[in-house]
Design a protein around this ligand. Structure first.
Ligand SMILES: [Mg+2]
Length: 107
């Protein structure tokens, strides 16, 4: 699935299930999922509360949910997720931190 299809499907799903969803709810959901991802990575690092496979499964679920909540937030705020990710990726991938450790671009 590409980002445009994801946002289109998310919009229909959101309108059906959470028609009154707010930016705050989407942002809080996103933050909650980032917390779940951090929890999984922390427990892998600590080697507790389950094995590696369990925590990887939880991390994968959180990463997917982060993407869904980000797409929801874009739908609620009428932002183009694909455009945002493309612009950001182009900026990030244009930086060379090995060659230019100060600012990634010139020095
Ligand atoms: Mg979750």
């Amino acid at each position: 699935m590409n980002f445009k299809d994801l946002q289109t499907k998310n919009k229909a799903w959101l309108q059906h299930n959470f028609p009154n969803n707010t930016p705050e709810q989407a942002a809080l959901g996103l933050a909650e999922e980032v917390g779940e991802l951090c929890h999984a990575i922390l427990k892998i690092s600590q080697g507790i509360r389950g094995d590696f496979d369990l925590h990887i499964s939880e991390a994968k679920d959180a990463i997917g949910d982060i993407t869904i909540f980000a797409t929801s937030l874009c739908n609620i705020m009428k932002l183009d997720y694909n455009e945002i990710v493309t612009e950001t990726a182009n900026q990030v991938f244009s930086r060379d931190w090995v060659k230019y450790p100060f600012d990634g671009k010139t020095r």
